[in-house]
Design a protein around this ligand. Sequence first.
Ligand code: IMP
Ligand code: MG
Length: 186
Amino acid sequence: MGIINSKEEFAGRIKRVLVTEEEIRQAVKETGKEISDSYDGRPILLVSILKGAFVFMADLCREINVPCEIGFMCAKSYYNGTVSSGAVKITMDLEQDISKYHVIIVEDIIDTGRTLSDVVKLLKARNPISLKVITLLDKPARRKVDFKADKALFTIPDYFVIGYGLDCGEYYRNLPYIAEYDEKGE
Ligand code: IMP
Ligand code: MG
């Protein structure tokens, strides 16, 4: 996947919409309400895995109406294009001492499961009050390690998807919906 130089090329690689803006909005709203209703009032720390989860995080945190902080980690597994490199690297870590928080990891997509199983191990070792994983999308067909999120808003087939924070070669994060990426458009 190289540089996209035209609007036509950009549009040509969007194959079809899989999850609409409205479907996302509804599911994010319900998830925010569930979180607000199910914690005991001690502070929640939403931990977003950059970059892919930044849009989901921004929308989800605004549907939560209880004490809540946000934190960011950067874990990279896909360096470019659509094939997993199989290596997870933490390139940015949290600032907070998480032992004082209910931690909720906010992820964009679980694919092989490698990124999150590593991140969960790392954070559990820091003794948070509790730890949960919420992912916008789940692709269970591609799992390489045994990993299950506490909540997945949408379960999708084995397509490479773009939009709502998810990229292909750093493009398409700005689409407001989730779409299937057209590899033939390359
Ligand atoms: P995993 O470690 O294989 O579960 O991969 C997790 C990461 O790979 C996600 O956080 C995404 O950044 C990226 N990823 C996996 N599948 C897709 C996809 O279909 N589109 C865009 N990024 C993806
Ligand atoms: Mg990601």
